[in-house]
Write a protein that binds this ligand. Structure first.
Ligand code: ZN
Length: 369
């Protein structure tokens, strides 16, 4: 073979290699983040979840896995916070390996600031450190009901308590290290208790400044180890003016924090009932954003199409902020996989399993077109 023919063959071989994998290149350019968010499995469900990542998430081109850990890990820095039967380091490494193999970025989540209780149960952090409670005067009810006189949805920690970050940052660092993560999800959604007048530290301080201050504190800590902060976006949306409401939006004036937080924080903009156009709002504020559906396939498909459209019709500056989609699942891993693998049937047309399938079918279809 002459050198010329050799080079021609090499050129063809290179082209064929490129063209034989059109989907991955195309899908990365139309939808850089293709995420899946779920709670970390219990130990007895770990192997099935690893198989699910390998056989179901990876072939659908999922490239980001947000795993809600909270205290389902045997933290060496703070064993007093761990759930009983929590995941071990060896368990976590199984997740790390299967994700590495499939080029999936794992982003661990521990809820910071809000979600420090659930229904009538106090969370592990405030259980071990009751002094961090923003509203110690609010007692956990025997039987939880919403609405209630205390306005108790979830407890928050006090972001100005002098000791709180020593504890939570040790946990954050440890979970990021064990997952070998370059990003961390701090939750920070649905913070109803913030800057309460009974709190000796927060009373009288602007709630937007308190929220933004906590975002910045966490972001700056992560930046020391070159990790990016991801948060839910609801506290940054004016719930009243937009009509988006007090769950997907804020009714307690934290939304002005959108102009105070660092621009490198990734916003996970969740909307489950309508395909709200809020990604544009975040992108215009200079923030990168992913749209997060939950259980309505029809909305998820529209949201994916919108994301592609936002990127297509934007200036180069804006385009790069429309990062993609993240399917959220709020049941446990076991419940999700029971339905996914057909061990349990759900007749409702709106379920996380159906939404997940529809969303990823649509994203792969959009990439193929
Ligand atoms: Zn406080």
């Amino acid at each position: 073979m002459s050198i010329k023919n050799f080079l021609a063959d090499l050129f063809l071989a290179t082209c064929c290699t490129v063209f034989s994998q059109p989907v991955s290149g195309q899908i990365n350019s139309i939808m850089p983040v293709r995420g899946f968010c779920i709670s970390a499995p219990q130990r007895n469900g770990l192997d099935e979840f690893v198989k699910f990542i390998d056989e179901e998430l990876a072939p659908r081109n999922v490239n980001t896995l947000i795993l809600r850990i909270d205290y389902n890990y045997q933290y060496e820095s703070h064993p007093e916070l761990c759930d009983s039967g929590a995941l071990t380091k060896k368990d976590v490494k199984k997740l790390v390996e299967v994700c590495k193999k499939n080029k999936i970025r794992i982003i661990p989540q521990v809820n910071l600031l809000g979600h420090q209780s659930w229904a009538g149960r106090i969370g592990n952090l405030l259980n071990a450190y009751p002094e961090f409670d923003e509203t110690p005067e609010v007692k956990m009810p025997q039987k939880y009901e919403w609405p209630n006189a205390d306005g108790l949805y979830c407890k928050s920690y006090c972001p100005l308590h002098p000791e709180v970050h020593n504890v939570v940052f040790a946990v954050v660092d440890e979970i990021c290290d064990v997952f070998e993560a370059d990003a961390f999800h701090a939750g920070m959604d649905e913070v109803f208790y913030i800057g309460e007048k009974q709190c000796p530290r927060c009373s009288g301080i602007d709630k937007a400044e308190l929220f933004a201050g906590e975002v910045r504190t966490i972001r700056d800590h992560l930046a020391l180890s070159k990790r990016q902060l991801w948060i839910w976006g609801d506290r940054l949306i004016d719930g009243k003016t937009t009509g988006i409401g007090e769950w997907e939006g804020s009714y307690n004036s934290t939304h002005r924090a959108v102009d105070m937080i660092p621009k490198d924080v990734m916003i996970c903009d969740w909307h489950y009932e309508r395909p709200d156009q809020t990604p544009v709002y975040f992108a215009m504020k200079g923030l990168s954003v992913v749209t997060c559906p939950w259980r309505m396939p029809e909305n998820a498909v529209k949201q994916a199409q919108d994301m592609v459209k936002f990127r297509e019709y934007s200036t180069p500056e804006m385009k790069e902020r429309f990062m993609g989609m993240v399917q959220t699942v709020w049941s446990g891993t076991r419940q999700f996989l029971d339905v996914y693998y057909g061990r349990r049937t759900e007749t409702d047309e709106n379920t996380p399993v159906k939404c997940f399938r529809a969303l990823f079918d649509e994203m792969n279809r959009l990439a193929d077109n």
